[in-house]
Design a protein around this ligand. Sequence first.
Ligand code: ATP
Ligand code: MG
Length: 431
Amino acid sequence: MFLKKNKPVIRERDDHCISRANMDADAVKVLYRLVNSNYISYLVGGSVRDMLLGREPKDFDISTDAQPAQIRKLFRNCFLIGRRFRLAHIVFGRKVIETSTFRAQPKAVKGEDGLYQAEDNTFGTPEEDAKRRDFTVNGLFYDIKTFSVIDYVGGLKDLERKMIRSIGDPNVRFREDPVRMMRAIKFAAKLDFFIEKNCRKALKTHHADILNASVPRVCDEVYRLFTVNASEAAFKMMWEFNLLEVLLPDVSEYINRSGKLTSPLWRYLAALDSISTNNEFSNGIRTAVLYYPIFLEQCEKDKKQFPNGRINRMQVARKVLRNLSTNLHIPKAVFFSAVAAMDMVPRFDNMPSKTRAARFARNSSFRESYDFKEILLTADGGDLELLEQWKQLHLEAYDDGANSSDVTESSTRRKRHHQSRGRRKRSKPNE
Ligand code: ATP
Ligand code: MG
């Protein structure tokens, strides 16, 4: 590869910006307890990458040469999980510090649908552990003992170059685990990095292999694309590299017939990205945004079919979401909240009589519909003041009566989507 074997690049304490002050205090405790028991103890993966970029890490993962049973002995709050490769979850309240023993890249086996990894249970050296990871920028270690960054895979240079590069041949790595293709896109969008040339080629060649990956993993990864503050960029890449064509052909076809790079879809995704609390939107709202332009198109078609021009928005929403529901097996709650948001959103266009409005403001779907309307108004322009009045009415409705305790002005936005599911009796999706 691009580095001599066994010789990592070491970046000493004074030559990088990682500081213990930026780490989670419990992760630091775990690192020290391991090192004080004479084990190697490294911070790994996304946390090292993000701290080197001056970003706040989402979580802190640890790798060590201590074996799972040895880790367990050190921590009372430790649970071993996983059947094949056992991981230690060290639990602090609701937080989990994932601690794994260094492992080697499992051997790829040729199966009917391409390569897959048969076994994932061999312990390995730190170098092997770095090389089994997906991208060079995700393969860096931070050593708590020396405060240095250890790089076996060329990740430091790629961070400087702003480059997502596969560790090893991407043609092999993407076939072993096709979800890596979506991860490449997610990281490129999130960090605003380029995808390296060979990786790009491999994406073009192997995009259809994504259908060999497990559907729940792919579904999870689709929704993660919305959590990177760059869903517009992420879905553009999904479309450009033809992953969307195989996963969500209806969305890809819509983009192709509605102007490609000038498709209205990008405007809605950009609006979602621009709202500062977008990481708190529910998957139902994300789904509604992704399918909204298709929904509008279908509404127009249906209007022409009916002489009075009246359409049933709920039915149209169910129709346009059917493909997504079949292809990604999205949870029913996500399906129904997307349908409800698409159905209810016109109610925000006028302020009806106080009683009817108050009833809507108390509706369990109100908060998600409100989020959705905010995104649509941001994309299309419109009366944000009226939306603010709805918010006031909603707060008053809760002040007046039931469930007022946990809805305050400041908590409304954050809690909205958690509280809005599953209260009403729902009918089945229209299949
Ligand atoms: P994020 O900030 O999104 O959490 P992350 O890099 O921490 O990014 P995780 O999904 O939390 O990503 O995974 C942690 C680490 O595990 C990655 O940095 C990478 O080194 C390794 N990893 C995760 N998934 C894969 C995979 N499919 N193949 C190889 N290595 C992987
Ligand atoms: Mg992570």
